[in-house]
Design a protein around this ligand. Structure first.
Ligand SMILES: [Ca+2]
Length: 477
């Protein structure tokens, strides 16, 4: 009996130790947080991306991950704070102005024993050519980082000009973003580009002999406009091989749904140039991710580092005749998302569970056993799915919203919910007493390209009511 008690005591003691050790290892794991800019799933599928494919083969891909706002600044404010866009007033403002006391995701790591570094565009970066922390950080956040650096390219234009090399062949098309909306077959090397320098800076961070674990955020600008890539990345994409999707019929959808008017800027042939430059930029991005992952391996850190790769939102490559982002369509709202947690995720797994970029924050918080931040997080931890790809999470709608300027002084707001097989959008006036202007409903099982608006179809009435209730609840957040 005595021996049994000793045995049980010993067992409890050692199993407790094991738990503590496992917990301790979680706490000490590094985080490599890689953000792409404007990368859509269709572009990632169509372009040659051997390195992203390799990362996907080492972790789990989320096939239905949605941003909370399809534009740089508001989306980054959202996933870095864990708050959805409506709670941040859906505005293009510095996060601290919208939510002064929020604990950002990197800040939470920093306050709990991690070294945190921001390379390139993590929070939105407003300056074009500012390298050091005292400039160009209007949208950044000092509390979040031990170290931060913006990465301009070599041979850039004068101050406040777009930060890209100027030696190369410049390609243009009709567009809406002014001086940054062009492509360039650059005659300068990878390292002369801002993203090439970001990789170099990130590798320099891996070289640091830190006593603490790190949270290293690397924000690449590709494939954001202007679409500049060294010429080798253009080789797989001859212009004559570019095809655009059929824009379909836009007549049953409110004009507010479209950012680009007329469709394809009225010149589909010219838009093939944009697509070519975009795909080359995706391959250039992929190459940078490959160098970064190789460096992680060279530093023997692959088994002690969580790797997350995603984009701040999607991008339209001619679907519905649309280009760029700022839309509520699937292509604009959806982002690639790959997560690898050593010892947790299994190689090459995938999940169709709809998730939001705000889920990243609570996932990392839970896995790394970090305390609660100041704010109540909007997302939920994805750990059950990361541990078991067959696991399901309770149905949770994914919300995306976008502000649409309708005159010099007025804007409309579009709210979108992705739930089960549906995407449902409502467009509202802002200011005074908001009024609903229009609605769209897409049955994505029957109509994966969102071609037919079912919002007026009586057979969808029960589900329309349910989705409208979800939007109403979201709008009151
Ligand atoms: Ca972006």
């Amino acid at each position: 009996m005595k021996q049994t008690i000793v045995f049980i005591a010993l067992f409890l003691f050692t199993s407790g130790q094991l738990e503590i050790t496992a917990q301790h290892e979680n706490e000490r794991m590094n985080v490599l947080f890689i953000i792409s800019d404007d990368l859509c799933n269709n572009g990632a599928m169509e372009a040659a991306t051997p390195n992203l494919d390799r990362l996907a083969g080492m972790g789990m891909s989320f096939n239905r991950a949605y941003c909370q706002y399809p534009a740089c600044c508001p989306s980054r404010n959202s996933f870095l704070s864990g708050l959805r866009s409506n709670a941040l007033d859906a505005r293009w403002e510095p996060l601290r102005k919208l939510a002064p006391n929020v604990t950002t995701l990197p800040q939470l790591f920093r306050e709990n024993g991690y070294y945190t570094a921001s390379i390139g565009k993590v929070f939105h970066v407003d300056g074009w050519d500012m390298r050091w922390p005292d400039e160009g950080w209007t949208y950044g956040d000092e509390k979040s980082w031990d170290f931060r650096i913006n990465c301009p390219p070599a041979n850039q234009g004068p101050r406040r000009m777009p930060p890209f090399p100027r030696k190369g062949i410049r390609l243009e098309w009709p567009g809406h973003s002014g001086p940054i909306d062009y492509g360039m077959i650059s005659f300068e090397s990878d390292l002369a580009q801002d993203d090439g320098q970001a990789t170099q800076e990130a590798i320099r961070q891996l070289d640091l002999d830190l006593e603490k674990p790190f949270f290293l955020a690397v924000g690449y600008r590709r494939p954001h406009a202007p679409f500049v890539a060294p010429e080798a990345y253009f080789w797989p994409y001859p212009l004559h091989t570019m095809r655009l999707p059929d824009p379909g019929d836009r007549s049953d959808v409110t004009d507010l749904a479209f950012n680009v008017k007329p469709l394809n800027y009225g010149d589909p042939e010219a838009m093939k140039k944009m697509k070519m430059c975009y795909l080359a930029s995706v391959s250039f991005l992929d190459s940078q991710v490959g160098r970064l992952l190789q460096s992680l391996e060279d530093h023997r850190m692959m088994d002690s580092t969580i790797v997350i790769f995603f984009s701040d939102h999607g991008f339209q490559l001619g679907e519905h005749g649309e280009w760029h982002k700022n839309n509520l369509f699937e292509e604009s709202a959806r982002s690639p998302l790959i997560i690898r947690i050593p010892g947790v995720t299994r190689d090459g797994t995938g999940s169709d569970v709809p998730v939001e970029l705000v889920d990243i924050y609570p996932t990392l918080q839970e896995f790394c056993s970090l305390p609660d931040p100041n704010q109540e997080l909007a997302g939920r931890s994805l750990l059950p799915v990361l541990k078991d790809p067959d696991a399901t999470l309770p149905d949770k709608p994914a919300f995306t919203q976008v502000r649409r300027r309708i005159s010099e002084t007025e804007s409309a707001m579009g709210y979108s919910v992705r739930w089960k097989k549906y995407r449902y959008n409502e467009w509202w006036t802002t200011g005074g007493k908001p009024e609903r202007i229009a609605a769209e409903l897409y049955d994505l099982d029957a109509d994966p390209d969102s071609e037919v608006n079912m919002a007026e179809d009586a057979s969808y009435e029960p589900v329309l009511k349910e989705l409208a209730r979800m939007i109403a609840a979201y709008r009151s957040e």
